[in-house]
Write a protein that binds this ligand. Sequence first.
Ligand SMILES: Cc1cc2nc3c(=O)[nH]c(=O)nc-3n(C[C@H](O)[C@H](O)[C@H](O)COP(=O)(O)OP(=O)(O)OC[C@H]3O[C@@H](n4cnc5c(N)ncnc54)[C@H](O)[C@@H]3O)c2cc1C
Length: 496
Amino acid sequence: MDTASTQEAGTRRHQVVVVGSGFGGLFGTKALRRADVDITMVAKTTHHLFQPLLYQVATGILSQGEIAPPTREVLSGQDNVQVLLGEVTGIDLERQVVTSHVLGRDSTIAYDSLIVAAGAGQSYFGNDQFAEYAPGMKSIDDALELRGRIFGAFEMAELGAKRGDNVDHLLTFVVVGAGPTGVEMAGQIAELAHRTLKRDFRAINTRSARVVLLDAAPQVLPPFGAKLGAWTSRELEKLGVEVQLGAMVTDVDERGLEVKYKDGRTERINTVTKIWAAGVQASPLGRTLAEQSGAPLDRAGRIGVNPDLTLPGHPEVFVVGDMIALDNLPGVAQVAIQGAKYAAKEIDGRLKGKPAQPPFKYRDKGSMAIISRFRAVAMVGKLRLTGIIAWLMWLAVHLVYITGFKNRVTAVLHWFVSFLGRGRSERTTTEQQIFARAALGRLRRGATDLVSAPGAYDAARELLDESRRHELEQQAIEEARLSDAGERGVKTGERV
Ligand SMILES: Cc1cc2nc3c(=O)[nH]c(=O)nc-3n(C[C@H](O)[C@H](O)[C@H](O)COP(=O)(O)OP(=O)(O)OC[C@H]3O[C@@H](n4cnc5c(N)ncnc54)[C@H](O)[C@@H]3O)c2cc1C
């Protein structure tokens, strides 16, 4: 009996749709592996992204594949899941239907239960135009573009210095936002300049590069408390990072940014490479859900959910992870993982007729931020750790959570290269990594403008003319003959 007739016979299984393949989406789906349900996971990327290590992709330590394995592969052993590519553009709570879109094609999927784990994007606090000059750190595209911009700035500086130009703006790197991501980026760029690249250039001294970490807040790493924040600031300064606090960025352009300090002073910093690690904005799907359910949204676009993570008035819809505003929970991976597992357990329990679980309770397993090799800060319960012990803890925890055995092995190798040696295995960058996103942004509908409309694909135009076949065959025969006869590299006139 095929699927359609099974459904007609009334034995259709409970349909769960999961939006997103991040921490919430992946762990929620995995937690349903033994449940009597069919799951459709829809996500706008084909990979599961381990965001905490994005900065290592941006600075050439890891490859993108190591932190972003294909979701399809990760879930290939779980028979009750179908993974679909698509950006969810609509959720109809009344009809219980999700609509997704990819390259001009729309799909709809009906659900009985829905888990929304669409995460958060970068916030430019209403100045989205800054994004073109100061990429954020939320996606593989961001990390690869930043890698291109960072290593590209040193290349351009070498060229400029060789001509005798002033290259200060090329050797100045500004990171906006002194949270964990900003601290990690600033520390890594300082290590690149002072350690990794110091012997690679001739016209510039990379050690003279200026790395600035800016934040409007009065301390770095506010969620880690004043003591760890102050320790981190000192360590960053030892590494050669200029930490500027009470410094608000008021404008960003191609060649620099404007900063307004707490005492009213303003300054322009000339810099080609700006990195935005300052704010987050929950997925716009939060608004879609709020408009239909009346649930509140906070300033960061996070949606207020019930204590059991369901949407008010919709017990069949769970929202988890970075999208939710509940009990001041932080936007960290464990909140998404634990929330998604809770939602999955509730769905499974309902099908088995079990009573509802008590409200969701987050178990804080601690937080860590790395400053540079051998330096990190960690908070576990009341324990506060700094230096190499925190760094080793960071290493161990990240190894456990990287998805896939192969990725763990290669990540360890790359960490050996970068932390014990001074190399970076992943320094490859291309012009397209730096500029393709801006080019796509200039198209009205982005990548959709580059593909044929559905149904309009003209196969005949794509086929090689049959007459070319003979020519290609002859070319291949001649290539093989030249190799077999040992005639390569022999001057035609000298043939024997
Ligand atoms: C640079 C960086 C460093 C971090 N470091 C740490 C750390 O050290 N420790 C820590 O605990 N946390 C860290 N975090 C936070 C942590 O990564 C997030 O809290 C966590 O990823 C949230 O999980 P989520 O499932 O809610 O969202 P995400 O993991 O962001 O997943 C969202 C998913 O939804 C998909 N999606 C989004 N919109 C749509 C749509 N419309 N349709 C379909 N799919 C969609 C995305 O493609 C993605 O697959 C860091 C975050 C960043 C950006």
